[in-house]
Design a protein around this ligand. Structure first.
Ligand code: C5P
Length: 238
């Protein structure tokens, strides 16, 4: 079934979202932009939009096959995918298997510790406030999602951790941490947004070399090359 792309609904830091002739469907366009530090550092990398679009499709299909409801429907072109139109909850769900990043900065804990059990954190999606950390009570009290929806987001986020930790380990990669976003679709909690190397940390299991957006954040170079290396190891068709 063909869909017709209509006006732009929203443009984020790395993706633009379009309406379609079907109100229940949107088109995600993965651009070549990469941003960090609340959009203060922005750069374009040729082929990155296409790699992220195809990598996201690959991961979303793996998650759907393992029983996670996702918004992903199908690839439309090199940089575009068709997705369900969710009512997004304005929260980010982060799971951490190894300590690094903002966890170490906030709590002063050592980098590189194995976290058992993994740490779960909620953040409010609000650039002006720099995405502050929040908990279940803030989410329910301010009506960003119900307690039932909160529980479902946590359940899916941890289930996704089990699925993806073993998928990546099979490719010689440690899933250090990642961020997910969910929304409501016809009364169900559904995984939205994306799972790409822009929103997770992956380290080589032997050398602990960073193969994710930290290469961009930290100016290490080889950003697209690292994304391609991860895709190659996983057998993602690019
Ligand atoms: O910066 P921090 O250590 O809190 O990030 C944890 C994980 O969440 C990282 O994998 C990071 O890429 C991801 N993240 C994200 N978008 C944000 C904040 C964090 O994708 N706005």
């Amino acid at each position: 079934m063909s869909v017709e792309k209509q006006s732009e609904l929203y443009s984020g830091k790395a993706k633009t979202v379009y309406k379609t002739d079907d109100p229940a469907r949107l088109i995600l366009h993965f651009r070549d932009d990469t941003s960090a530090f609340d959009g203060q550092k922005i750069e374009q990398f040729s082929r990155k939009g296409e790699i992220n679009n195809k990598f996201n499709a690959f991961i979303m299909e793996k998650l759907a096959a393992a029983g996670i409801p996702t918004h992903f429907e199908r690839l439309l072109s090199a940089q575009e995918s068709l997705v369900k139109h969710l009512e997004m909850f304005p929260v980010e769900c982060v799971v951490r298997n190894i300590s690094t990043g903002s966890l170490c900065r906030r709590l002063g804990v050592q980098e590189g510790l194995d976290l058992e059990p993994p740490v779960f954190e909620f953040f409010l999606k609000n650039d002006a406030l720099h995405d502050p950390m929040i908990n279940e009570y803030h989410i329910c009290t301010f009506g960003w999602a119900s307690m039932e929806q909160v529980e479902r987001m946590k359940e899916y986020t941890f289930k996704i951790n089990d699925i993806l930790k073993s998928l990546f380990l099979g490719a010689g990669l440690l899933l250090v941490d990642y961020k997910l976003e969910f929304g409501d679709y016809q009364g169900q909690v559904v995984l939205g947004d994306e799972f790409t190397l822009d929103g997770c940390r992956l380290w080589d299991v032997e050398t602990r070399e960073k193969l994710d957006k930290d290469r961009f954040r930290q100016g290490l170079g080889g950003v697209v090359e690292a994304y391609e290396e991860v895709a190659r190891r996983l057998g993602t068709p690019l």
